[in-house]
Design a protein around this ligand. Structure first.
Ligand code: URA
Length: 430
């Protein structure tokens, strides 16, 4: 087989066979096929796409490039969740303890944030001492004891994805639906759960900008999961504005804890309960979604879910935060509205990028994160605002942040007319 023939076949819009897909994924991962040929193929896939069979073969090839975690020694149904990435998305921190308190086995391998989107590992590591490097044995043992563990993906999990993603990142081929679907699903399948709930984000702060694109990504990922005999449900949810109020690592941990105590933002609470209800239902712990929601809400009001989060932190060597004086920055600067009216839009991408530049995220893989800094919104889409009222608070350790204050102010659009908020959950695809 020759790589050039595979490139020409995809260039001319013909489907690739399993053998051809295995050939280039294996060849690239083992260093036999050069970057320039794989780049050309990725661009051909970007333009001519892949059908469901090709996407499934591609997922399979990436999945088999590394270790597949065997969770069979955990009793019961193992559940997992994945978000395509967003701003202020701390759902995993809330959801894990919620479903674990209900009896589901939440075994999650998470990633770091890059660019304007945050990552669960960075949020957890902002907790003093929290250890995300668990051996397979320790991970399984903790899920058996606590129903809950969150660890970092090791480099032996889907190594082909790591290599291909790095190449996509520098060749303009990240936003291809089958490439994203195979990248995400290979890692989810390698992580070994029986039930997977996917949260496909749409809007300014997400990869998918339209409902049609998000629907197609969700559909193909559900199909791939079914082809591997997994139960997969995909949510399509809003990321035109940030989720919740807090953006930044410690700020988000604090908001997650408050949500677990029943005092969180409405959107974060609703999304966590809905995704949690599907996980608990798919895990067979209740008869229907109504019962699942009831069970989850009871775990919040009884504080069992918030105790589970504390147990997770302690099991992974962390020091549970003292909520009163958790965030320590040199300054907290209010951004004030320059006119009265209603918040028409709040650009998640601009807020995410601004938080990143303040130090909450990385522009390159090696950047160091400042765990305390970030942005807390005081107004969200649909809210009424008076001129001079606080729109947001910028938590900073930097001296000159005039540009960021401007960016945060300009992320808000204010209209004189009342505005309806976007739906939080657009669709659930099963
Ligand atoms: N997240 C992933 O893991 N892979 C992609 O390709 C895009 C988002």
């Amino acid at each position: 087989m020759r790589m050039v023939d595979i490139i020409e076949k995809k260039r001319d819009n013909h489907p690739l066979s399993k053998k051809e897909i295995d050939f280039f994924v294996e060849g690239y991962t083992q260093g036999h096929i050069p970057d320039y040929q794989v780049s050309a193929l990725l661009m051909a896939i970007y333009f001519n796409s892949m059908d469901d069979d090709e996407a499934t073969h591609f997922t399979n090839a990436i999945l088999n490039s590394g270790d597949i975690i065997d969770l069979s020694s955990i009793e019961g149904i193992k559940v997992d969740k994945h978000s395509t990435g967003g701003v202020g998305d701390k759902t995993t921190l809330v959801l894990g303890p919620l479903v674990a308190a209900c009896g589901a086995k939440f075994a999650k391998l998470s990633g770091r944030g890059l660019g304007h989107t945050g990552g669960t590992l960075d949020k957890l590591e902002s907790i003093e001492g929290f250890n995300i490097s668990l051996s397979n044995e320790a991970f399984i043992d903790q899920v058996n004891k606590l129903n809950l563990a969150v660890a970092g993906q090791t480099s032996s999990l889907a190594p082909a994805d790591k290599a291909l993603y790095a190449l996509r990142d520098v060749t303009g081929t990240v936003p291809s639906i089958p490439l994203i679907a195979a990248s995400i699903m290979s890692k989810k399948l390698a992580s070994g759960a029986d039930v997977i709930v996917l949260d496909v984000k749409i809007g300014e702060g997400a990869f998918m900008k339209t409902l049609e694109e998000a629907r197609e990504l969700a559909r193909i990922m559900v199909k791939i999961g079914k082809n591997f005999d997994k139960k997969v449900v995909a949510f399509i949810t809003d990321m035109s504005e940030p989720l919740g109020f807090a953006v930044g690592n410690k700020l988000e941990v604090l908001e997650a804890i408050r949500t677990l105590q029943g005092n969180g933002p409405k959107d974060l609470q609703e999304l966590s309960v809905e995704i949690g209800a599907h996980l608990v239902h798919q895990a067979g712990l209740v008869e229907n979604l109504k019962e699942a929601r009831k069970m989850i809400n009871e775990k919040i009001s009884s504080l069992e879910a918030s105790d589970k989060f504390k147990a997770l932190v302690e099991a992974q060597n962390g020091t549970y935060p003292n909520l009163e004086d958790y965030i320590k920055t040199k300054g907290i600067v209010a951004v004030k509205a320059e006119s009265s009216g209603y918040i028409k839009s709040l650009n998640a991408l601009d807020i995410g990028l601004s938080a990143m530049r303040l130090g909450a995220g990385r522009t390159t893989k090696d950047d160091k994160i400042d765990a305390d800094v970030g942005i807390v919104l005081n107004k969200k889409v649909g809210n009424k605002v008076e001129k001079g009222e606080d729109l947001a608070y910028v938590y900073t350790n930097k001296e000159n942040i005039d540009e960021e204050l401007k960016t945060v102010l300009n992320a808000f659009t204010i209209s004189e007319e009342p505005v309806e908020d976007n739906p939080l959950i657009y669709e659930v695809i099963e």
